[in-house]
Ligand binder design. Structure first.
Ligand code: NAD
Length: 488
């Protein structure tokens, strides 16, 4: 068995190198009347956003729906009465040879296992972001796509907005505002707390708990709502970092870094879940410095509104987007639009795009019809890389230690090449917390040591690496739902 040589996946030109691993497109040329029979693994909120788009394509038939919550299957089937096949167990859907491709729009903890099983069952996959709940699973699912020769698109739809190509040309070919120095990624959008409960959640009678849990551990759930709020528990979700953080970071990795870095070399991250007093676990303030080995990137995520305000923190640039700081100005990008400014702050160019959503789904269908994964705009290796940055940011937060005055001084100094913008990200967190009378120092705010990642070994190295590496792979509930190691 040949193992992928990791060198071939990292360093400059990740996308191009990944493409060299694709099996040559199959010789079969589909006829003009060829149809794609699509099944949906999930009948949740996102699946119901994707289904109308896929249904509108003339080559696609929606033929199967699956969700462990049979009430959700029923509600979705009402919208698609032509769909006769319904399941609560996705393995049964995957056994069906009459299904060519699947949507995986489950909770994060299921993405990779469902996608890998689907590819093993010779189906192509449109899997939602973040690709992976943990680093190990992301690696396996890319291997699955290579091993089984499948088309696998990750739901990072901004990649299908044509505007991104114009931005890359402006920044990297025309170099209209000079060399890029560093970049800041923002997601500052308030979110409400999820509530605090005394008693475990009573699961809906319509739920097959075993299939909903899948790989996740069987903890009592302390929260008010089963669906959606799984985002804010580590057992099933990846927090705001894997929810919105992944989209904005992906734009930055795409347009600023040109996908040249699979794993950052070093990072430091911290944050807190403050002031909510609720059952969630993931941070509502999260700050990260990534030493990419190329352009340094800092990231601020906040869903905590400043007291008596609708703002989740002060920041330059878009509330959800990124700023590329260049020698001769800056570019501010976000979903569907971007603006470039010269060194005097004068607007010199505007870019107009869209969400990329419909184009992204179309791109998947085109690649499936052509049997050519290299056509994909967010091929699984690309989706994996951005997801892994988010996983690393979450690991660093979970390895955090209380922020003392000494540690705060150390943290402020680490950001080689991005000192000033890193200071801004930290100040923004501090200011938001202060409005709630919470100090950054000697409070619940945590911060990691500088964490080093060895991209060859795909593990953290050096001080503190033992704890960090314990988060690279999840604890599986049982063998039935354990993500297999997939060699190629
Ligand atoms: N790309 C985007 O812009 C975008 C937008 C929204 C959501 N998402 C992603 O979509 C995913 C789903 O989010 P959501 O808002 O729909 O959450 P949700 O909680 O509404 O839906 C998730 C659904 O998955 C189902 N599910 C769990 N295990 C399953 C299994 N084994 N088989 C089939 N279904 C299973 C749940 O029962 C639930 O109905 C998340 O990963 C989220 O990050 C992406």
């Amino acid at each position: 068995m040949t193992r992928i040589n990791r060198r071939q996946f990292i360093g400059a030109g990740l996308a191009a190198t990944a493409a060299s691993f694709f099996p040559a497109p199959a010789q079969i040329v589909r006829g003009a009347n060829e149809r794609i029979r699509l099944g949906s693994i999930s009948c949740g909120g996102r699946a119901n956003e994707l289904l109308p788009g896929f249904k509108s394509f003339p080559e696609v038939d929606i033929v199967a729906l699956c969700d462990p919550d049979s009430a959700r299957v029923g509600a979705t089937q009402e919208k698609y009465p032509e769909v006769k096949k319904t399941f609560v167990d996705c393995r049964k859907l995957l056994d069906d040879k009459e299904i060519d491709a699947v949507i995986v729009a489950t909770c994060d903890h299921w993405h990779c296992l469902a996608a890998a099983w689907a590819m093993q069952a010779e189906k192509d996959v449109y899997v939602e972001k973040p690709l992976a709940h943990n680093i190990y699973e992301g690696i396996q699912v890319v291997n699955a796509a290579r091993k089984y020769g499948r088309v696998c698109q990750v739901g990072m739809q901004q990649r299908s907005d044509l505007m991104q190509a114009e931005i890359k040309k402006f920044l990297h070919e025309e170099k209209q505002i000079g060399k890029i120095i560093n970049a800041r990624v923002n997601h500052y959008m308030p979110r409400n707390p999820i509530g605090k409960t005394e008693k475990p959640l009573a699961l809906p009678e319509t739920l097959d708990k075993n299939m909903w849990l899948g790989p996740a551990e069987d903890f009592e759930l302390y929260r008010n709502t089963l669906h959606y709020d799984w985002h804010w528990m580590w057992n099933t979700g990846t927090g705001e970092m894997g929810n919105w953080g992944v989209h904005v970071l992906d734009d930055c990795r795409n347009n600023v870094l040109l996908d040249c870095v699979e794993f950052p070399k070093r990072l430091i991250a911290g944050g807190v879940r403050a002031a909510y007093n609720d059952d969630g676990e993931t941070p509502n303030i999260h700050f990260v410095y990534f030493d990419s080995g190329s352009i340094p990137v800092v990231l601020g995520v906040s869903t905590l509104a400043m007291k008596d305000s609708k703002s989740a923190g002060d920041h330059p640039g878009p509330g959800s987007g990124y700023v590329a700081y260049c020698e001769g100005g800056r570019l501010e990008g976000q979903r569907g639009r971007a603006k470039a400014f010269d060194a005097d702050g004068k607007l010199i160019k505007e870019f107009k795009g869209n969400s990329g959503q419909r184009e992204h789904q179309r791109n998947f269908i085109d690649a499936v019809l052509a049997r050519d994964p290299s056509m994909l705009h967010a091929e699984v290796a690309i989706g994996k890389a951005t997801s892994e940055w988010c996983n690393m940011a979450n690991i660093a937060f979970r390895c955090g230690k209380p922020m003392s005055a000494e540690r705060a001084a150390e943290v402020a100094k680490v950001a080689d090449g991005a000192e000033s913008i890193w200071g801004d990200v930290l100040s923004s967190a501090q200011k938001t917390l202060q409005t709630h009378d919470i100090s950054m120092i000697d409070s619940d705010v945590m911060v990691s040591d500088v964490m080093e990642f060895d991209a060859e070994k795909r593990e953290f190295v050096g001080e503190g690496s033992e704890l960090a590496n314990s988060f690279i792979k999840r604890k599986y509930r049982n063998d039935e739902f354990t993500m297999p190691e997939i060699d190629i």
